[in-house]
Design a protein around this ligand. Structure first.
Ligand code: SF4
Ligand code: SF4
Length: 282
């Protein structure tokens, strides 16, 4: 049995200050960080103990977790477990990277996001070069604000051609992009159209709740990050009974970490096993 888990603990803080983000420069109390670390350690033990499950894990923190040593250590430990197929994390890539040398780099991956204004393109690319030198798998992404398009073009030009660069399209406003801007985004990320719409998902088959779940730090299981109905708890004995095929109960789904699991979209074929870390191999 294979189970993909999107894990989000209580941490909600970041060292960057993106002006659109509720976690910008937010700090966690020492108590919250201690609770986050303890819950993460419990989760790692849980994964170790479920030897008959092959896990794919994506950490989706509210903020930046990879600047915390305990996340780095958890990533290394999980990557070395025989029953972990993949462990990945969403990160702004601001942390030091030497710890990655201890991980099984065939199984660890990073979902990195470049935030123009928070770091320089040069500094971000230097981090990417270090990842390349260590043969760490990673995707690179950018939020597709209009005013960032020129910078995204520069980033694309500077990255190795084989490195997929995804763009999170802005879709709150209808017709946000001009035809010319859309064409530019498509020339950078040929799959950006997948991210330009809110999919009608109600009643549609979605792997979440069956082979993909979302977890909070207490082990509470949800089918995805967008449907807040608890379906079980991994620290209870019969948690596997909560895993069965379901259809979506939300009207729409518009985030990669959600819609990528919708059966109709057939996106697993595009990502070839790298859907959690959002890597498309060229
Ligand atoms: S790096 Fe991410 S979490 Fe941090 S402020 Fe920017 S958008 Fe928010
Ligand atoms: S389609 Fe999206 S919102 Fe609906 S169950 Fe799947 S991930 Fe959740």
């Amino acid at each position: 049995m294979t189970l993909s888990i999107l894990y989000r603990g209580p941490l909600s803080s970041c060292n960057y200050s993106c002006n659109y983000c509720p976690f910008a420069k937010r700090k966690d109390s020492r108590e919250t960080l201690e609770r986050d670390a303890a819950q993460l350690a419990r989760f790692v033990t849980f994964v170790q103990e479920q030897a008959d499950i092959q896990f794919k894990i994506l950490f989706t923190p509210w903020g930046e977790a990879l600047i915390r040593k305990y996340y780095q250590e958890a990533m290394v430990t999980l990557s070395l477990l025989p029953n972990v197929e993949r462990v990945a994390i969403q990160t702004n890539l601001s942390c030091k990277l030497g710890w990655l040398k201890k991980a099984d780099k065939t199984k660890l991956a990073l979902w990195t996001t470049y935030h123009p204004g928070e770091t320089s393109r040069t500094a971000f690319l230097e981090q990417c070069r270090q990842l390349d030198a260590m043969e760490v798998s990673y995707s690179v992404g950018v939020v597709g604000f209009k005013e960032a398009i020129t910078e995204i073009e520069h980033l694309r030009a500077a990255l190795p051609p084989e490195r997929y660069l995804w763009i999170n399209a802005q879709k709150k406003l209808a017709n946000y992009y001009t035809a010319e801007e859309t064409a530019t985004l498509l020339s950078i990320d040929p799959y950006v159209v997948n991210n330009m719409i809110h999919y009608d998902s109600y009643g549609k088959a979605c792997k979440t709740g069956h082979t993909v779940i979302s977890l909070d730090g207490d082990g509470n299981m949800f089918r995805c990050h967008f449907i807040k109905e608890k379906i079980g708890n991994i620290y209870e004995q019969h948690f596997r009974e909560a895993l069965f095929p379901r259809t979506c109960t939300n009207a729409t789904c518009g985030c990669h970490i959600g819609y990528v699991h919708m059966d109709d979209l057939k996106l697993y074929a595009l990502y070839q096993g790298r859907e959690l870390e959002r890597i498309i191999l060229k």
